[in-house]
Ligand binder design. Structure first.
Ligand code: 5GP
Ligand code: MN
Length: 336
């Protein structure tokens, strides 16, 4: 284990550092990683952000995005960087299976592993942990790490603030979920004071759709939405053929599940998508309904209570039937 004072003294001199985050990184994964990156390079460290896979185009405008290395595209270089690192920061995930093959590379590295995360059930692979499931975003915890643990509020720059604001905004549903407490609003205000242009960040992330994405969304809502009224559940499923037809790329499917959840009375929404290797599920729920429990118990996954994911090795049709066979188990909670 590593104490905070040991970590601080390690960070007092330039170190080789790798920052990594989960598979198919979202706004919080990239915002927290590039926010911490901007902070650490400012302090003179040699830092690389390595993502396990590619990520949505609407995050490519983030400051220092050009410095990110994608593991699947540069395996050898990534592995060398991890092997040479003194510290590996693991952001927005807490089990090494969430970063695919990169997980074992990091497990075997002699580097100190620092976990900054807000998911349930952390695996014990880290040496230092800044973990809080009540945080709305990993980016909130990176802010807290810099400002309150390292006591380095003066180091906040426009780039850091822009990245951290992006992470908090995307994971809190634009400061809308219950997790967006008054403290989160205060952090948001502080980041705006430090230079984050909230209106511009929102535009770059949410008003940046391709024409294909919008037409694909139209198809999902018109032709693919199934509502199970007696269980307050909605499902949108998508075939590989549809993904090809609409030329869907990473990021285009993000957020579509929320449309299903926005229907009045719906408590559980599922987006089920036929990827090349497996069928992926994204679940969203309202109130106390534990979407993560379904993902953990039946779909090799997990997540937060109201936003969770997993996958199935069955084909698309069988996955949909399997999901429909599970939901009645939760009828009482769904009808509350
Ligand atoms: P999404 O539906 O946007 O892919 O994921 C929503 C949330 O569910 C993520 O923030 C993450 O916490 C969790 N999640 C998604 N996929 C998986 C998975 O395969 N395994 C686990 N453990 N969590 C997942
Ligand atoms: Mn997150």
């Amino acid at each position: 284990m590593l104490s905070l004072s040991e970590l601080k003294s390690l960070l007092a001199t330039p170190q080789k550092i790798v920052i990594t985050t989960h598979h198919k990184p979202d706004g919080d994964a990239m915002g927290s990683s590039l926010g911490l990156y901007a902070y650490l390079i400012q302090k003179g460290h040699h830092v690389k952000v390595i993502t396990p896979t590619d990520y949505p185009y609407f995050l490519h405008w983030l400051p220092n995005n050009a410095d990110v290395m994608i593991y699947t595209e540069e395996k050898e270089k990534s592995e060398q960087l991890v092997a040479d690192a003194a510290i590996v920061f693991c952001l927005d995930f807490n089990t090494l299976t969430r970063i695919n093959e990169l997980g074992e590379v990091i497990r075997n590295s002699p580097a100190y592993k620092v976990m900054i995360d807000h998911h349930l059930d952390p695996e014990d692979f880290d040496d230092y942990r800044h973990w809080n499931i009540n945080a709305c975003a990993a980016a909130q915890l990176v802010y807290d790490f810099i400002v309150n643990e390292l006591k380095d509020a003066e180091a906040m720059t426009k780039d850091i603030a822009t990245c951290l604001y992006t992470g908090i905004m995307t994971d809190s549903g634009s400061f809308r979920f219950a997790s967006a407490t008054s403290d989160v609003y205060r952090i948001g205000a502080d980041l705006i004071d430090a230079g984050a242009e909230h209106w511009r960040i929102h535009q770059l992330v949410y008003d940046n759709a391709t024409e294909n994405r919008l037409r694909f969304l139209g198809n999902c809502l018109t032709n693919k939405l199934e509502i199970i009224r007696e269980l307050n559940t909605a499902i949108i499923s998508v075939t590989a053929e549809e993904l090809r037809h609409f030329e869907i790329v990473t990021g285009d499917t993000e957020g579509i599940v929320n449309y299903a959840l926005s229907i009045n009375g719906i408590k559980l929404a599922a987006f089920i998508i036929e990827r090349s290797d497996k069928v992926k599920l994204s679940l969203r729920s309202t109130g106390d309904f534990p979407a993560n429990e379904i993902c953990k118990k039946y779909f090799n996954g997990g997540g937060h209570r109201n936003a969770a994911g997993g996958y199935s090795d069955r084909n698309l049709e069988d996955t949909i039937s399997y999901f429909k066979s599970i939901v009645p188990e939760y009828k009482t909670q769904l009808l509350q």
